[in-house]
Design a protein around this ligand. Sequence first.
Ligand SMILES: C[S@@+](CC[C@H](N)C(=O)[O-])C[C@H]1O[C@@H](n2cnc3c(N)ncnc32)[C@H](O)[C@@H]1O
Length: 278
Amino acid sequence: MTALEVLKAAAGYLAKHGVENPRLNAEHLLAHVLGKEKRIDLYLEFDRPLGERERAPLRDLAKRRGEGEPLQHILGTVEFCGRTFHCDARALIPRPETEQLVELVLKEAPAANSILDVGTGSGIIAASLAIALPEATVHASDISPDALALAAENTARHSLGNRLALVQSDLLEAVKGPFDAIVANLPYIPASEIPSLSREVQHDPRRALDGGAEGLDLIERLVPAARQHLAPMGLIALEIGHDQSEKVCAILAVHNYRDIAAHPDYQGVQRFVTARHG
Ligand SMILES: C[S@@+](CC[C@H](N)C(=O)[O-])C[C@H]1O[C@@H](n2cnc3c(N)ncnc32)[C@H](O)[C@@H]1O
């Protein structure tokens, strides 16, 4: 069979097993098996005959993907803000919309010298900010030692060792400010909704998803605590659930933040909220 025929067969298998975007998934898996850096490199080799040596590992990977294992866990990497990061079950798989949270911080606090990423997970927000702002010192915290271990691997991967400090902390408990910006993509899914999420999302750590009864437990704790750790006019930037912007803006108002604003993602969902410590 040629690479193209193998690809079509794999895509058909994935479609039959309920995988969204089966062709795209199959291309990523075949590129991985063939050791291609980019999926697009496959396109030059569609006529290449593939033997059992390549088809057997592809079958194994397609089976795992067909059983609901996320593509990023199988590949072991994820693209975020134009860079490649390690990705596995120790932390949430970074979502594309979170790239916009990074862009928001860069827009709202372009001269920030000290930044804290709370609930850093795989470390992608903190690392992307450290890369974009070479003068800034970036701190990143998480309650999960597993997530912090993955974040440390990503810090090393991008040679940010002396620019990015990782700390285990329940929100801000073990963190010292003041910071010019605090950014957080904390768990915000209502606990009761988690069982109905896709089988891929069930591979994310529960602690990365569960925001309590209404999804707002962590944000409700962070907002008042962050006031003690922000410099005057310091920025707080939060990623939130699709229907939480009014409630989160109200929480910020109760705690006397100023310049409170909700921001849409590319789907038009009010996905981010920013405010300043006045
Ligand atoms: C939604 S994930 C986001 C991960 C990463 N920032 C991202 O955007 O991909 C939330 C993260 O918050 C962490 N977390 C949950 N409760 C926490 C707490 N009380 N204090 C600090 N981090 C917490 C989880 O371990 C998880 O890594």
